[in-house]
Design a protein around this ligand. Sequence first.
Ligand SMILES: Nc1ncnc2c1ncn2[C@@H]1O[C@H](COP(=O)(O)OP(=O)(O)OP(=O)(O)O)[C@@H](O)[C@H]1O
Ligand SMILES: [Mg+2]
Length: 309
Amino acid sequence: MNEVILELKKVIKRFSGVEVLHEVSFNLKPGEIHALLGENGAGKSTLIKIITGVHQPDGGEIWLNAHPVQFRDPHESRQAGIAAIYQELSLFPDLDVAENIFVGRQPTTNSGRIDWNRLYDEAGKLLTSLGVHLDLKQKTRQLSIAQQQMVEIARAFSINARILIMDEPTSSLTLNEVSDLFRLVRRLRDGGTSIIFISHRLEELFELADRVTVLRDGNFIDTKSLNEVSRDELIKLMVGRTISNLFPKQAANIGPVVLEVQNLSHNGLFENINFELHKGEILGLAGLVGAGRSNFWCGATRFRKNKNR
Ligand SMILES: Nc1ncnc2c1ncn2[C@@H]1O[C@H](COP(=O)(O)OP(=O)(O)OP(=O)(O)O)[C@@H](O)[C@H]1O
Ligand SMILES: [Mg+2]
């Protein structure tokens, strides 16, 4: 695994004259899962949008398979075998799974009509090869976020993507969905696809990724093999100071109760919720996806403003 499939050399990006990427370098090897890590605003999404042709760099070079390339738009990047899955999924909700996989590229008969038999046949084979079980004729608006991601991944593979980029794919998935996604991502990696994976969850990186590149304030900090770096070292690279300072405790002025909720329930959505909210307090309510947070974040942990996590 010594060769490099994709390389960014000293890439610079400015928005309205403000430089947000400062000579960032990055390289991706065939068949690796490479994580991008950095605090909010570090430049991760901007970097991948340069790789996918959404943004153009203001300096530096992109090399693909040892040749310099320029992607003027996402179409050109896709043509070169690079597919990206963003947090905002881009499926057509009223088309079904198979139609979404082949949208814009439907197989046609000799007379130029859509060859529906082939479309469903090829979509079925593709999903089987990826180990994904979905009803080909289901409208994608009826699918969970995790299932929609699977459709996007299948679409990426139907265009022979050799590089798959995933920007925080796990942020709204349940634990089971995350493990299904990881199984699929590993399968793709083992099939020779290179994957760039962004997540803020360090434990996910250690579970999934082979290497990690750390960005801080638009600067390249380091690239490490996940088996040669500790969690604390990664946090230090990411935030530029030791872990004890990651969430510095500050005094907060917590006042009297301004809202009190007692035994609040709503028909099957949530039950017996109790909490008090104080003036000047940030109250966090935690729970897994599906626990009912959207209806009423029904976790039981309370965090005081600025309290160490
Ligand atoms: N289209 C844009 N116009 C102007 N500034 C932008 C644009 N996109 C990003 N930025 C700025 O560039 C910097 C890097 O942002 P970016 O979204 O790449 O960070 P990120 O590492 O992906 O952060 P997060 O973890 O929050 O997703 C930030 O300061 C951001 O405000
Ligand atoms: Mg981002």
